[in-house]
Structure formats: structure tokens, C-alpha cells
Design a binder for this molecule. Structure first.
Ligand code: NAD
Length: 299
């Protein structure tokens, strides 16, 4: 049986690690949060005392951490003399980092891993917490094809779609292109709905008209931002759960950094980042990102 070390057991990592456990892998899980560890222990997953002990004897290491700095300091260590996890991982092991981070950080860590004979791929996901629980995530993979094929049996237990985007870092680039588009789409959809409602239209009727017309998009299909239109959307649950405004803000920031580095023009992506930033500053950072409709709705 393959042994998998899983590090980062938050909203996404917790259910992903649980799906691997249910699929029969010997999972050794770790998170800095005792509460996150306890949730997995309650489900019968073995919890390690530290990241270093979790990777002992592991064939595959999976990480699902918040942002670039967490991934870099976990694997490479800190300026405080803390030893990076790569020093504890034996040569030949495959590392899958599913966190959404800067492509440059993915490349930096993968290069350091490669020097130690450790293969690393970036495999950020789309599909949210619902997809993580259901095991239907979409993985966007950057790395060698052979390493993706080694990872496939593990990824298949957590996701329904697996794409090879290109070399190391390409998974991250695909992810931020997708999320930049999603962030823009959600604001556009919100504006159109708010305009219709301000003119007395029923948001359910207008949503259905646009969904089946040339304005149709994923937000109208699956994630309507107007409360009451879609029973299961975060909008109908006071914007609780789902994909937080601050996480969308992080991804749009990564997109802007990337655009600056390659001198790409992303005017709507830049505007969207600023609108989500203003929305977050107004105290909505933890609400689902579809709550951005509040910026354009009548109070
Ligand atoms: P989260 O904050 O719920 O979980 C992250 C976990 O990592 C926390 O439990 C934290 O304690 C742990 N952690 C941080 N540093 C650690 C370390 N050094 N060692 C061990 N554990 C450590 O975040 P999340 O919602 O699970 O998101 C994880 C990643 O997935 C992010 O990069 C996010 O952008 C991405 N993502 C999230 C969603 C979503 O809907 N939540 C969707 C797609 C992608």
C-alpha cells in the first residue's frame, strides 16, 4: 500500500486527505492547527506529530497550504535557521503541491527538490470545498508528464478532471488565468442582475433569460450572486462557505504580479482585484466572493 503524507488539513486539504484515506492509502496527516488534526483523527486518519514525521517512509507527499510563503518556508525552511522539509524527504519521492501560489515559487521549490532527487509537480485545484468533499476537483498540473502519470492514481481519488498545463509552474498559471476570468465574470453578472432588479425585474426571471442567452456563464449556471435565486448557492446562505473574498483577492493579486512580470495587459483583472480589495476592506473578506454584488446593489 502506498504511504501518503498530507500536509495542510484546512477547508480543502481536510476532505482531500480524507478521500485518500477512504480510497485505501495509508495517510499520515499533519497541520499546524490542532483542531484541523483532530477533525481528521476523528475520521480515523493517522495524524503525525510534525511535518517531518509525517513524511517518514512516505512514497508521495501532498501539500495544501494557504499561500506562497507557507509553501516556501515548509519545504525550504526559514531565515530563522529552520530546516526545510525537503531535507526529511528521501530521494525518489513524489511531491504534489496543490496550494494556489505564485508560479515562480512553485519553480523555486521544484528546483530545490530536483537537486535532492525529489520530483515535484504543482497541481492547484478548482471546484471549491464542495468538489474537495465530493472528490470531483479539477487539477491543473505543471511538471514532467512522467511525474503527472505517477501522481494520477492519487489525484484520481480527489478529482474528476486532470489537465497537464505544461512544465513546472504552468498549473499555477492556468489556475490564476481561470480565477481572473471567474472574478471578472462574477462582477459583470452582479452588475447586470443589479441593473435589472433596479428596473423592477424579478432576479430569477432575469437570471434564466441571461443564462439561456448570449450572457450565459458559470456564475448564472451554478453560483448566482443574488440571494434567493439559487437555493444552494452561498448567496442564499448569507454568503457563508464557498470561496472567500480574500482567497479571490489573493488569486487576483497573483494574476497581477504575473501580468507585470510578462508585461501582459489585464485591465479588467486589475480593476476586479481593486473591487474585491475594497469589498474586503469593508469587512467582507471572509464572505463568499459572490458577495461582491453588495458593491453594486441598492442598500
Ligand atoms: P485553509 O486556510 O482552510 O487551510 C490551510 C491549512 O494549512 C490551515 O489549516 C493551516 O493551519 C495549514 N498550514 C499552514 N501552514 C502550515 C504548515 N507549515 N504546516 C502544516 N500546516 C500548515 O485554506 P484552504 O481553503 O484549504 O485553501 C488551501 C489552498 O487551496 C489555498 O492556496 C487556496 O487558495 C486554494 N483553494 C481554495 C479553495 C476554496 O474554495 N477554499 C478552492 C480552490 C483552491
Amino acid at each position: 500500500m502506498q504511504k501518503i503524507a498530507f500536509i495542510g488539513l484546512g477547508h480543502m486539504g481536510g476532505p482531500m486527505a480524507l478521500n485518500l484515506h477512504k480510497a485505501g492509502f495509508a495517510v499520515s496527516a499533519f497541520d499546524l492547527s490542532a483542531e484541523a488534526c483532530q477533525k481528521l483523527a476523528d475520521e480515523g486518519v493517522a495524524v503525525a506529530e510534525s511535518a517531518a514525521t509525517s513524511v517518514a517512509g512516505a512514497d508521495v507527499v501532498v501539500s495544501m497550504l494557504p499561500a506562497s510563503q507557507h509553501v516556501e518556508s515548509l519545504y525550504l525552511g526559514g531565515g530563522d535557521g529552520k530546516v526545510g522539509l525537503l531535507e526529511h524527504i528521501r530521494a525518489g519521492v513524489l511531491v504534489i503541491d496543490s496550494s494556489t501560489i505564485a508560479a515562480g515559487t512553485s519553480r523555486k521549490v521544484a528546483e530545490a527538490a530536483s537537486k535532492r532527487g525529489i520530483a515535484m509537480i504543482d497541481a492547484p485545484v478548482s471546484g471549491g470545498t464542495g468538489g474537495a468533499i465530493a472528490g470531483t476537483l479539477t487539477f491543473m498540473v505543471g511538471g514532467e508528464v512522467a511525474d503527472l502519470e505517477r501522481a494520477r492514481p492519487v489525484l484520481e481519488k480527489m478529482g474528476a478532471n486532470i489537465f497537464h498545463a505544461g512544465g513546472v509552474g504552468a498549473g499555477q498559471t492556468a489556475k490564476i488565468c481561470n480565477n481572473m476570468l471567474l472574478g471578472i465574470l462574477m462582477i459583470g453578472t452582479s452588475e447586470a442582475l443589479a441593473l435589472g432588479v433596479a428596473n423592477g425585474l424579478d432576479p430569477k426571471v432575469l437570471s434564466e433569460i441571461m443564462r439561456r442567452s448570449s450572457g450565459g456563464n458559470w456564475a448564472l449556471e451554478k453560483y448566482n450572486p443574488m440571494p434567493g435565486v439559487m437555493e444552494n448557492a452561498p448567496a442564499s446562505k448569507n454568503y457563508a462557505g464557498g470561496f472567500g473574498t480574500d482567497l479571490m483577492l489573493k488569486d487576483l493579486g497573483l494574476a497581477q504580479e504575473n501580468a507585470a512580470a510578462v508585461r501582459a495587459a489585464t485591465p479588467l483583472g486589475g480593476l476586479a482585484r481593486n473591487l474585491y480589495a475594497a469589498h474586503s476592506l469593508a469587512g467582507n473578506g471572509l464572505l463568499d466572493f459572490s458577495s461582491v454584488i453588495k458593491l453594486v446593489q441598492k442598500g
